[in-house]
Design a protein around this ligand. Structure first.
Ligand code: 2HA
Ligand code: ZN
Length: 291
């Protein structure tokens, strides 16, 4: 028994030492630091997941099914045999920034998608458990697999400026919140042309919010959970963070004008159309120079 446990721990150390993960760990450290500094990750707020299946070959993945097993209340069949790096429950982003590998775990999904194995570096109670928003991370990761998407990362953060917007009845629809966000700064329509999804208040940490998020995500790169926070997807954690940063900038400009006792004018529909057309004519992927 002890020998088996030691073997597993040796293997899990190998997993944590994978060189392909070095870039990912640096990305996590940098973005966790930004989240904490922005005030978007108070106490244990915020969490993230990454599909890192591609970093391991089939032979290495065979061992993952030996680790402790946890059933899920909903099955995610498209995630069968996927390995996800997930932030730990109760962990503080300011601690993650200092030493990411201590505050994350790896979750290996079983062959039917109905359970997962946790691969941690320490046995028993010290093993890091996945975030309380696991259901939403799994639901979004499954959607990305089904879409064959290049996006492998999901980030949740308590973006103060966007949460504040959802406290105002005027912005509780997708159309209203996106019109406002696009109108406050040209970068927003340029980098978030599909806008955000809006999810009316739902109890956090539940299968219910996970399903509502999937329905609301549609073609959006980010969604806003009313009175709670945001979820963004990206190729890297930095990419997901940048989307939230741009959206937060727009919301901040709105509140700065309001704090000065003034109503912001917003970009006109003509100006927004011009940015969309100019961007499309220059490139489908790269932002136009000078904007
Ligand atoms: O990670 O943000 O929504 C803690 C949370 C829960
Ligand atoms: Zn949250």
């Amino acid at each position: 028994m002890t020998r088996n446990l030691n073997n597993l721990l040796d293997r899990s150390n190998d997993i944590f030492k994978k060189t392909e993960l070095e870039f990912v760990m640096n990305d996590i450290a940098e973005i966790a630091h930004y989240l904490w500094n922005r005030g978007w990750a108070e106490r244990n707020a915020g969490n993230f997941s990454m599909d890192v299946t591609g970093f391991f070959n089939e032979k290495e993945r065979e061992h993952f099914s030996l680790y402790p097993f946890f059933p899920l209340t909903i099955a995610y069949p498209s995630l069968a045999h996927k390995l996800l790096l997930i932030s730990g429950t109760g962990t503080r982003m300011r601690d993650v920034a200092k030493n990411p590998s201590e505050y994350i775990c790896y979750v290996y999904i079983n062959d039917s998608g109905s359970a997962f194995h946790i691969i941690g570096t320490t046995p028993g109670e010290n093993t890091v458990k996945p975030t309380s928003e696991l259901a939403t991370h799994l639901a979004i990761q499954q959607m990305l697999v089904q879409r064959n998407s290049s996006e492998k990362v999901v980030l949740h953060a308590h973006v103060t400026e966007l949460i504040a917007l959802t406290q105002l009845s005027a912005f509780k629809t997708e159309m209203a919140i996106n019109s406002l966000l696009w109108g406050m700064h040209p970068e927003t329509i340029l980098f978030v042309p599909d806008g955000v999804g809006f999810i009316p208040y739902t109890l956090p940490g539940t299968d219910h919010i996970a399903m509502a998020t999937i329905r609301g995500l549609g073609k959006h790169k980010a969604i806003v959970w009313e009175k709670h926070g945001c979820m963004a997807i990206g190729n890297t954690l930095a990419d997901a963070f940048d989307t939230l940063d741009i959206l937060a900038k727009s919301a901040k400009i709105y509140f700065m004008c309001k704090s000065a006792g003034l109503d912001p004018e917003g970009l006109t529909q003509g100006q927004l159309n011009e940015i969309r057309c100019f961007h499309h004519s220059v490139s489908d992927t790269e932002p136009a120079a000078g904007i």
